[in-house]
Design a protein around this ligand. Structure first.
Ligand code: IVH
Length: 679
């Protein structure tokens, strides 16, 4: 056989293998109905990989071999959406659904409307771009205009076709849908993470977002993500006239489409379907938080048009939060990193919306007083979709008289030292806080060490809460500098430690000795100093000595550092105990690298400035602030040209006018929630 014809043979075998693998992928991941065994599938894949290794020039980007996960990237490039992704207005009950229908009837001038009703996935919105039938790129929603290009990660999701099933692909096809994490896979992932003492994901949606925004695609590949499609941008251009037909087309092209979609005629059928899905919700393998109702006919959609940022032709019926009652046994007090005491309700375990709840934070003493919750009360517990469980109220009619009112302790429940009251940040808006002021309180110490070792600080892998607990309780670690004196013998006496785990931990402690100023400042856990402030301080001063030597005025002159923070920083460094710990850290070999290597931006909100006006429905301002800061963003109080986003809640004030005149990007509450969903 000639060389040429041999090459042709190989080429056609490769083509054939790809076709077979794509087909079996589709059977398995899209239809959930495999035709061959895993073993037979692996054989095909192995053969393809072998041929491609021998003939790298024949590898194409749409080959199924390209799903495994490419090399890590340092950050995600922006992905500008050709057509912005809109948000959807909510209908909080069936009354609001009927009102939506009435509006449509009036505007469209007809009664006989068909609605395409689809479960509302509680995942992460993404857009996929196909050119001539081949997957080219894909990205997250971001603020609706610009998201992040996470193509490498999306490629690892097997239910995303790399090539459309069609003989005549359109030049361009933009597909929208949602990446979800199945409930069972989520439970498995968190189980593994807890075994490895890694922080747990709060819910499947966060797990999906966290997995999709991994810089290392191999990590994404290891997570069981699933993509459901629900829309085509400019569907008319590809010959479609309705939403229902769009879904059928998507299915034909090889995408997964929700099987629970229903075409409803008139609002009664819509309401019935919403209530039906509400019942069915728990038994679904993935989380949904409502039903999206879309006018089916695309011509009518056009007539109805869009408002500011959401279409008039669609509405999201949100399931009511799931509530249950249970007994509040007692209120325990936890001590955090800065010594703040937080009351936590210990509950008789109860299933709320499919999740077992046995504890709920009560935030602070004021909240307990406001809600009048007592130990022994029967209480209503609520989980609103994704939100952490909360206690709504006591069931007063069930009181027997044996309930005990709660008072914050005078002494720290962990170390017994005195507790002081001070007013919280936000101009005391959150009321009085109780704080243990013993700097050596074991509870405070444990939290400080945990923070010091966390991923964004000194990044000491393997130093989870359980290990820290043992180290502190045995007196092996009295402050963070003691981490650097730990020996093999110290660790071997701890529960759960063998040769390998000991060596690994010592190794990661050793590795953490070389760090950056940003990480170090963040790791110190100075009150109010999050990642962004730590970065600002590091970039401004360049060396630890200079930060330590700065006075309040100097600190406050830095952009982004307010009075409170300046106070906290200078207070921290003038404290003799803190100075001693820093000295000991140096003596024990900690080196802050002079050259600050550029750190990849770890979150999409990093460095972004937010301001609020009006009231938010789904969270308090300080919760919203926490969400932003946890993602590296910052909240400022005034609108200026430096502002990135103004979040406008209900009844916005004059800030909205100012932001509008400055051309600042304005987010409504739904859009804000979308944005933080991604982080
Ligand atoms: S359609 C104008 N359909 O809801 C309508 N959105 O869009 C555009 N979502 O985070 C969206 N399930 O990802 C649509 N079946 C569904 C959906 C859905 C979930 C999410 C979407 C975005 C939010 C608002």
């Amino acid at each position: 056989m000639s060389k040429e014809s041999m090459k042709q043979d190989i080429e056609s075998r490769i083509k054939d293998l790809r076709k077979q693998i794509d087909y079996h992928n589709y059977r398995y991941y899209v239809l959930d109905s495999p035709e061959i065994s895993d073993f037979a599938y692996d054989q095909l894949m192995r053969e393809l990989l072998r041929f491609e290794a021998e003939h790298p020039e024949l590898v194409t980007p749409d080959s199924p071999s390209q799903r495994v996960g490419a090399a890590p990237v340092s950050s995600f490039p922006p992905m500008v959406h050709r057509v912005p992704l809109l948000s959807i207005d909510n209908a909080m009950d069936t009354e609001e659904l009927r009102a939506f229908h009435q509006r449509i009837v009036k505007l469209a001038g007809r009664e006989d409307l068909a609605y395409c009703c689809e479960p509302k996935f509680d995942g992460l919105a993404v857009e996929l771009v196909y050119e001539n039938g081949v997957f080219i790129r894909g990205g997250t929603r971001g603020d609706g205009y610009t998201g992040e290009d996470v193509s490498g990660n999306l490629k690892t999701i097997k239910s995303i076709p790399l090539r459309l099933i069609t003989r005549e692909p359109p030049d361009l096809l933009e597909v929208r849908g949602e990446v979800v994490f199945y409930k069972s896979a989520f439970a498995d992932l968190n189980r593994e993470r807890s075994e490895r003492q890694e922080p747990l994901f709060a819910n499947p949606r966060n797990a999906a977002a966290g997995s999709l925004r991994q810089l290392d695609p191999r990590i994404t590949a290891s997570r069981a993500l699933v993509f459901f499609s629900y829309g085509i941008v400019d569907a008319v251009a590809v010959g479609l006239d309705s939403q229902h037909a769009t879904l059928e087309r998507l299915s034909g092209l090889g995408f997964k489409v929700n099987p629970d979609v229903r075409l409803c005629h008139g609002i009664r059928e819509v309401v019935d379907f919403c209530l039906y899905m509400q019942e069915k919700r728990e038994s679904l393998p993935y989380e949904i938080d409502g039903v999206v109702i879309k006018v089916n006919d695309i011509d009518t959609q056009r007539v109805l048009g869009i408002k500011a940022r959401s279409p008039r032709w669609a509405v999201a019926y949100k399931f009511p939060p799931t509530q249950e009652t249970t007994t509040l046994r007692r209120i325990e007090v936890q001590v955090g990193r800065t010594g703040v005491l937080t009351p936590v309700a210990m509950l008789d375990p109860v299933k709320v919306g499919g999740v077992t709840v046995s504890r709920a934070t009560l935030h602070n003493a004021d909240e307990i007083r406001r809600k009048d919750v007592r130990e022994g009360d029967t209480v209503i517990v609520q989980r609103a979709g994704d939100v952490i469980p909360e206690i709504v109220a006591p069931v007063v009619s069930r009181r027997t008289g044996d309930e005990r009112e709660f008072a914050m302790p005078d002494a720290c429940p962990v170390c017994g030292s005195g507790v002081v009251r001070d007013s919280a940040g936000d101009n005391g808006a959150e009321g009085v806080m109780y704080r243990c002021v013993n700097m050596a309180c074991p509870a405070v110490l444990k939290e400080q060490i945990y923070h010091f070792a966390s991923k964004d600080a000194l990044d000491i892998d393997g130093l989870g809460r359980k290990n820290i607990q043992q180290l502190v309780d045995k007196g092996l670690v009295r402050d963070v500098s003691d981490l650097y004196t730990l020996t093999r013998d110290d660790l071997m006496q701890l529960e759960g430690f063998a040769e390998l785990s000991t060596a690994n931990l010592l190794n990661s402690i050793q590795k953490s000795k070389q760090t950056t100023l940003r990480r170090f400042l963040y790791g110190l856990g100075i009150p109010h100093v999050g990642q962004v402030a730590a970065r600002d301080l590091a970039d401004h001063f360049g060396s630890l000595d200079r930060v330590m030597g700065a006075d309040k005025e100097e600190l406050q002159a830095i952009r982004g550092i307010g009075k409170e923070m300046a106070q906290a920083v200078s207070g921290f460094f003038s404290n003799e105990r803190n100075r001693t710990i820093i000295r000991k850290l140096h003596q024990r070999g900690l080196v802050i690298l002079e050259q600050q290597p550029p750190e990849p931006e770890s979150t999409s909100l990093a460095g972004k400035k937010f301001c609020f006006t009006g009231t938010l429905e789904s969270m308090t301002r300080s919760e919203a602030k926490n969400e932003i800061e946890a993602r590296g963003g910052q909240v400022v109080s005034a609108v200026s040209s430096q502002l990135d986003y103004l979040v406008a809640g209900a009844e916005p004030g004059s800030k909205l006018d100012k932001a509008t005149s400055l051309g600042t990007r304005i987010l409504d509450e739904n859009e804000f929630m979308e944005l933080i969903k991604e982080g």
